[in-house]
Design a protein around this ligand. Structure first.
Ligand SMILES: Cc1cc2nc3c(=O)[nH]c(=O)nc-3n(C[C@H](O)[C@H](O)[C@H](O)COP(=O)(O)O)c2cc1C
Length: 456
């Protein structure tokens, strides 16, 4: 069958979309703390045959700018951040086929807890769950989770590698067919088919046996997002769906080739990894209608939105600098979190020491300049260019307001992509793996053969 796009809705269990100003849009729903708000989005995504509804997460509100949360709360800059797994569960109750993905941090959680939460969601949703593995972003999260500072980049990834071994090890604890439910003999399950993990490593100790049986799709799909070389290695080792943020096909393709290359080195099938690039569409029935919509949307963001989210995303307090003062090399090197964002600004400005104003103008953070604006043809053309160039295998679609941003995409763009044969007409099956075309993993499939593990 011809290769087709994977479609993912980029959601936030918060008071706005990925665009912090979205809540000010005249047609934005203003009940983002209700289940119905997310369930309506879920139904729209499912009508558009989206593979996955995907929630990001953060364990703190953006309060790195000026070390203060007042502006965040006052202007609604992602200041509400609810537990995405609970929100997803509500969404799963209103949908049948839509995949349900949430972010959870390997830096601040325990693997047993994460393994149990996601396997439970997988069972409750009939095999539709996915976990987005992140190593988290900033000191605000550290302060909320019992630490003084956010740990160093590579240390976080080392911990994340071991975290994966514990989670996947626990997910293998119950063999398929372990449950007997035999009322005549009184035997519930076969004890020879339920194993203890007995993990004791550098970062974690976790004994088991795990308390949740395997799900219809084996275990949740693994999603990952990381832009550094270490991040690409991690993605190539563990990721099944990768969230990338390349703005132009050339840059996106570099990341695409890096992750698929890392996977191939480890003997994984690169076609079993779907790299999905961010897309912020502003859609109308025609280009002119879309431009009118964009005119409304582009008036929404404030400068403080960008400054606050830059400070939060890069773990650097931009309030310590004048807005036009160049950042020092030391300050730039000390940035953490979304360092791909910093590197994009360095590349696009061509400056060694850009200022805060350069970061606002060239990062796109909290703003809408990077949106793709158009009617069905223009949006589908832009997507097709990325997809055909193998700069991505699909898209993480970020709405500028909800639910209208998704409704417009489903009404206008989805039929155009289907007409071009670039997107499926319907779900292939029931579980997320069936719908992505991923095989159900046998127990232990994630382990590298000893020869490859040694070369890693
Ligand atoms: C596109 C993208 C999305 C991310 N989303 C999240 C998120 O929702 N929550 C989070 O804590 N970290 C998120 N991260 C941060 C990563 O988990 C990681 O900590 C960070 O990017 C540093 O790794 P890197 O240098 O390999 O990019 C994201 C990173 C990228 C590139």
């Amino acid at each position: 069958m011809a290769r087709q796009m994977v479609m993912i809705g980029f959601l936030q269990a918060q008071n706005c979309t990925n665009l912090p100003a979205s809540w000010r849009h005249p047609q934005s729903r203003d009940d983002s703390t209700s289940a119905d708000y997310y369930q309506e989005i879920g139904r729209i995504l499912e009508a558009g045959k989206f593979h996955v509804a995907f929630f990001d997460d953060r364990l703190a509100m953006p309060d790195r700018y000026g070390n203060d949360h007042a502006h965040t709360v006052e202007y609604g800059i992602r200041c509400v951040k609810m537990d995405p797994v609970v929100v997803l569960t509500c969404m799963g109750m209103a949908t049948q086929k839509l995949g349900l993905a949430s972010t959870a941090s390997t830096t601040y959680y325990e693997p047993f807890d994460v393994a149990r939460r996601f396997m439970t969601l997988d069972l409750m949703s009939g095999g539709r769950a996915a976990w987005n593995v992140v190593t988290s972003i900033n000191d605000g999260e550290a302060h909320n989770m019992g630490h003084d500072i956010h740990p160093d980049h590579d240390l976080r990834y080392d911990r994340a590698d071991e975290f994966m071994e514990v989670v996947l090890g626990h997910w293998d604890a119950w063999d398929d067919g372990a449950i007997l439910n035999d009322k005549s003999t009184g035997r519930f399950a076969d004890p020879t088919k339920v194993k203890r993990l007995d993990h004791a490593g550098r970062f974690f100790k976790s004994r088991g046996p795990f308390t949740v049986p395997r799900s219809p799709q084996g275990h949740p799909v693994i999603i990952q997002a990381g832009a550094s070389g270490r991040g690409h290695r991690f993605a190539g080792r563990w990721g099944e769906v990768i969230f990338s943020a390349g703005r132009v096909p050339g840059v996106a393709k570099e990341g695409y080739d890096a992750v698929k290359g890392e996977a191939a080195k480890l003997g994984r099938d690169p076609d079993h990894i779907f790299i999905c690039n961010i897309l912020t569409p502003v859609v109308g029935a025609t280009k002119a209608e879309a431009e009118d919509k964009m005119a409304t949307i582009s008036k929404l963001p404030l400068e403080i939105d960008a400054l606050s989210l830059l400070a939060e995303g890069l773990n650097f307090d931009f309030a310590t600098k004048g807005i036009d003062e160049p950042l020092t090399t030391e300050e730039l090197n000390g940035m953490q979190g979304l360092v791909g964002l910093r590197d994009g600004v360095l590349r696009r400005t061509g400056k060694t020491n850009p200022s805060a104003r350069d970061f606002i103008a060239y990062s796109g953070r909290g703003q809408v300049e990077s949106a793709t604006v158009g009617g069905p043809k223009e949006i589908a053309d832009a997507m097709e260019e990325f997809f055909v160039a193998r700069a991505c295998d699909g898209f993480v679609v970020a709405a500028t307001y909800v639910p209208g941003g998704y409704a417009d995409f489903v009404r206008h763009v989805v039929p155009e992509l289907q007409r071009r044969g670039l997107y499926h007409l319907d779900y292939a099956g029931n579980t997320l793996r069936e719908n992505l075309g991923l095989p159900r993993p046998p127990v232990g499939a994630w382990k590298l053969p000893a020869s490859r593990a040694a070369a890693e």
